[in-house]
Design a protein around this ligand. Sequence first.
Ligand code: GDP
Length: 291
Amino acid sequence: MAERASWSLGSALRGIFGAKTIDDDTWDDLESALIRADFGPDVTEDIVEQLRAQVERYRTTDPRDLNRMLRELIEERLSKFDTTLKLTERPAVVLVVGVNGVGKTTTIGKFAKFLGNYGRSVLVGAADTFRAAAVDQLATWAERAGAAIERPEREGQDPASVAFQTVDRAKREGIEIVIIDTAGRLQTKGGLMDELGKIKRVVEKQAPISEVLLVLDATTGQNGLAQAEAFIQHAGVTGLVLTKLDGSAKGGFVLAVQEKTGLPIKLVGQGEGIGDLTGFTPHVFAEKLVG
Ligand code: GDP
């Protein structure tokens, strides 16, 4: 049997679903388990209410029925979002945004490899030009992934001009997918959003932007989401990447984050290795989450 993920509700739910019957404790215990898993109070209340209604409707007292109902309900709610990446343009331009430290650089490396595995050629653009070390780190990941990289000509070069060079080169060289890294310094929020706006305007003159992916650290759950609010409001985000799910106990965040932001999860990082990135499949996640 596959190893149980840290974010699975399995052990928290075992007592509930292994009990003889559904009673008042069932609902209290279920509510606490969902809150602990970071579903958030609103989603938790909603789920418990829906399940109570179903249990009544089907006149069941068997906790195994409740187990199945929870899994189906979570899958149904996760499936309301279109989680497929839209990369049909040539070149397909992907902007990657997010607060520093969430795993943006690592994600770009893994994503380049992921696309390479499907035979796609990838060019990474290092438009976070503020720190030379960040560019070097990105270059290391690009190399590992077998992807080309467009670097700034000097430290602090205008990020939009690096983005321009990157897309320009992809068009000249016939590279299929462009992934552009962007800055994530929170202390300059206003400036950061202006910078992103400029990158987008410059890129859009050359090619449509296929995806703007916001990277979120799953271990910070709903708190991290508050930090990323400015990106959600102003960056035209088309999808989310959840990182560090491997070390997270917050499985409920997977559901809550889509419902709170209205944005689909498109990629999930579950480890520090280059192969530790997958697409997001609601059925698989519902199954793993509820067990
Ligand atoms: P950035 O500042 O957003 O570019 O973040 P980095 O890509 O440098 O990552 C910050 C730290 O998070 C590094 O130590 C990464 O190895 C780690 N990290 C990134 N993604 C994952 C993940 O999916 N799982 C785990 N366990 N660690 C990750």
